[in-house]
Design a protein around this ligand. Structure first.
Ligand code: SF4
Length: 219
């Protein structure tokens, strides 16, 4: 693993590349954001946004989701992967909001994670984006980038990636850095075709160097 100092320098480069990175899931409030993040598991933000455009016009409150049949909710989100399971979790989540939280999205990690379909990543996104509390959610992009750059070990689990990044990045930057690293992974260091040939981190990146050496052997 590289040093914390080197890791932060890399995060700074990423921040310079994507200064305006922000949450790309469309939402108007914490409730909509929670539903959108729940829907986004193993699915692109672009597709979620297509679905939530009409979904959020139809469903405004937890009661709205509970007042339709399972089949109707499934049909409204069926273009999204795992839609049956996600519809079930949305209904359970809405019921819990009404039973325990006066119909509002709670504002602590622990309470958020008690909701159906809400794991640590979703709770971190909601805390950060909806409530502006320092959090660093690790999704597939953040994990891939952090491991490729050597900020983390390949064998690290998601929680270890989060803890390492939180120890490298100053707390006041967690929220912004989260989006910047996601943008870097989504638009530059792509899973299948990372743009190593134009990457400002190429010289220090173990993955970029490995790919370069492999390409020389093939040539
Ligand atoms: Fe990603 Fe390639 Fe840049 Fe490394 S050199 S961070 S693998 S784009």
């Amino acid at each position: 693993m590289i040093s914390k100092k080197k890791a932060l320098e890399m995060i700074d480069v990423i921040a310079d590349m994507f200064p305006d990175a922000e949450c790309e899931l469309r939402h108007d409030n914490a409730f909509e954001l929670t539903i959108a993040v729940l829907l986004s598991a193993q699915c692109t933000d672009i597709l979620v946004n297509k679905v939530t455009k009409s979904l959020f016009a139809k469903y405004k409150t937890p009661e709205d989701y509970l007042n339709v049949s399972d089949e109707e909710l499934q049909s409204d989100i069926k273009s999204i992967g795992l839609y049956r399971n996600k519809a079930k979790n949305i209904k359970k989540l809405c019921q819990s909001l009404l039973d325990k939280f006066d119909g509002e999205i709670p504002q602590t990690h622990q309470e958020l994670e008690s909701l159906a379909g809400v794991g640590r990543k979703t709770a971190n996104v909601v805390m950060s984006v909806a409530f502006n509390e320092p959090s660093l959610a690790v999704d597939t992009h953040v994990e891939r980038v952090s491991k490729r750059l050597g900020i983390n070990r390949w064998k690290d689990n998601v929680r270890q990636v989060e803890d390492r990044l939180c120890s490298v990045i100053p707390k006041e930057r967690w929220n912004k850095s989260h989006h910047q690293v996601i943008f870097f992974g989504r638009y530059h260091c792509l899973a299948r075709k990372p743009k190593c040939d134009i990457c400002p981190l190429f010289n220090d990146c173990r993955e970029g160097q490995k790919r370069y050496k492999a390409s020389l052997k093939e040539a």
